[in-house]
Design a protein around this ligand. Structure first.
Ligand SMILES: [Zn+2]
Length: 473
């Protein structure tokens, strides 16, 4: 069986190259035009070039924008020299106004500002008196707005220089270089998905319209042993009361529409009582999962108890529930048939060990134009995966898979050799974010990538980094 190539289906881990991300930006979907609206900024008609040149030239995936200045909507412009007749504050505002004019040019060229992959380089020229040296403070008016609108994708290399004079006496002139995605590949309705790994089996997946969380567990408590000696956080025993790091969760997860829960163990379900109540998201999981959440006061109308086999249509999103199996823990001796139902007395807060498995599921999450098959365990029922043929497979890749027969090959074959496979549940989830996961990368991921290369040469395996969004087109 050979994987089919779909034309135009390319992958970029857009933000993997951008260095560490601010936590505040993590949970927010990338939507620069919505950001502009939030800031109360309406883009003007782009200013016409004043001579025989164009506003911008695209070559390859780069756009070089011509220099623009602080032209106001009434046709006047901010004029005068910094250090003589214009203050730094006025210069800052002039640079900000110039940013708005350049965004108008970009919008006219691109149609949709979410096609901006990266603002690469900015040259800021400041009309300066001979002894004026604070050009960076002026051009910050440009840079600050660009980062406000594009987030980390707006962070750019920059020069801010003084000029003896500028055309018509305008106070600033700014040009920039922008990397863009091909038309139709980014933005609402384009089919591109953004996936962010929370660690363990946890994900945030969004197509720009709906936000789906999968087993989100940012708390990553040090429980049941196996933590790191440098981790100063408290130890939890399995019979301690469950606890969630709500400050961390709030910084990472501002909103969610749906939460998919593979099974009820603490490293999957532990933070969902808080997240479900906070976001009002619809939660789809086993009856055991639903009973635990109900004990925490999650309203019944948010809870969808399923057993596997259901195929539910929601608004802008559908999900097929796939019956599954838990990882073969404890050298294949793990087995837990306990279930909770409406007669089980459960009093929140629960102990960590009251988060029982309650049966295991996978999900085929269908977004407008892409499907994602999620796994929460290193196990699956082969015939249940056959025919699903997801665009993206979140493949359970931890050591316990080695107890299964020919796991890597069977998994890739049963799922139809997906174009994109992203390993999940491979990290040491007792370590907080920021601790090295290199040992687990080497132990779990590298052997899998090796097998995938051999068995499914057309598949791209993306190694996720905690909290760094991956964009799949
Ligand atoms: Zn489990």
């Amino acid at each position: 069986m050979k994987a089919t190539l779909r034309a135009g289906f390319v992958v970029t881990a857009v933000l993997a190259l951008c260095g560490p991300l601010s936590l505040a930006a993590q949970g927010t979907p990338y939507d620069p035009e919505a950001r502009l609206a939030e800031l109360g900024i309406e883009l003007p008609e782009p200013p016409d070039p004043v001579a025989n040149y164009v506003n911008g030239v695209q070559t390859g995936n780069l756009i070089f924008l011509a220099g623009k200045g602080p032209l106001r909507s009434d046709g006047t412009e901010v004029r005068g020299k910094l250090g003589a007749d214009v203050t730094i504050e006025e210069g800052y505002e002039a640079a900000r106004l110039t940013a708005i004019n350049q965004l108008a040019v970009l919008k006219a060229m691109l149609g949709d500002l979410s096609r901006v992959v990266r603002v690469v380089k900015v040259l800021g020229m400041v009309n300066s008196a001979p002894d004026f040296v604070q050009q960076p403070a002026v051009i910050n008016g440009f840079s600050d707005l660009i980062v406000e609108v594009f987030g980390d994708r707006g962070r750019h290399a920059r020069a801010a220089v003084g000029m003896a004079s500028l055309p018509r006496g305008q106070s600033v002139e700014i040009e920039l270089v922008v990397e863009v995605a091909p038309e139709g590949q980014v933005g609402p309705g384009s089919g591109s998905l953004e996936l962010t790994y929370f660690g363990a089996a946890g994900w945030r997946i969004s197509d720009g319209q709906v936000v789906v969380l999968v087993d989100p567990w940012p708390s990553r408590l040090k429980y049941g042993g196996g933590g790191h000696p440098d981790d100063a956080r408290p130890d939890f025993a399995r019979d301690d009361l469950a606890w969630s790091d709500t400050t961390l969760i709030d910084s990472l997860i501002p909103e969610a529409d749906y939460i998919l829960v593979h099974h009820g163990h603490f490293d999957h379900l532990g933070d969902i009582p808080y997240i479900a109540r906070k976001t009002g998201a619809k939660v789809i999981g086993t009856e055991t999962t639903a009973m635990i959440l109900r004990a925490y006061g999650v309203p019944d109308e948010q809870l969808y108890a399923v057993r596997g086999g259901e195929d539910y249509q929601f608004e802008g999103f559908s999900v097929r529930v796939v019956p599954g199996l838990h990882s073969a823990l404890d050298e294949k001796h793990y087995f837990d048939s306990r279930r909770y139902d409406e007669n089980t007395p459960l009093q929140a807060p629960l102990r960590i060990d009251q988060f029982i498995e309650g049966g295991s599921l996978s999900f085929l999450a269908r977004f407008e134009r892409r499907t994602v098959l999620t796994m929460g365990s290193m196990n699956f029922i082969e015939r249940e995966f056959q025919g699903l043929e997801p665009d993206i497979l979140l493949a359970g890749i931890n050591g316990s898979r080695l107890g299964l027969y020919d796991y890597d090959r069977r998994l890739l074959e049963a799922t139809g050799f997906p174009r994109v496979v992203i390993p999940t549940h491979w990290d040491n989830f007792r370590l907080p974010y920021g601790f090295s996961q290199q040992a687990n990368v080497e132990r779990n991921l590298l052997p899998f990538i090796e097998t995938a290369r051999r068995v499914s040469p057309e598949t791209t395996v993306i190694t996720p980094v905690h909290l760094e969004p991956i964009r799949v087109h």
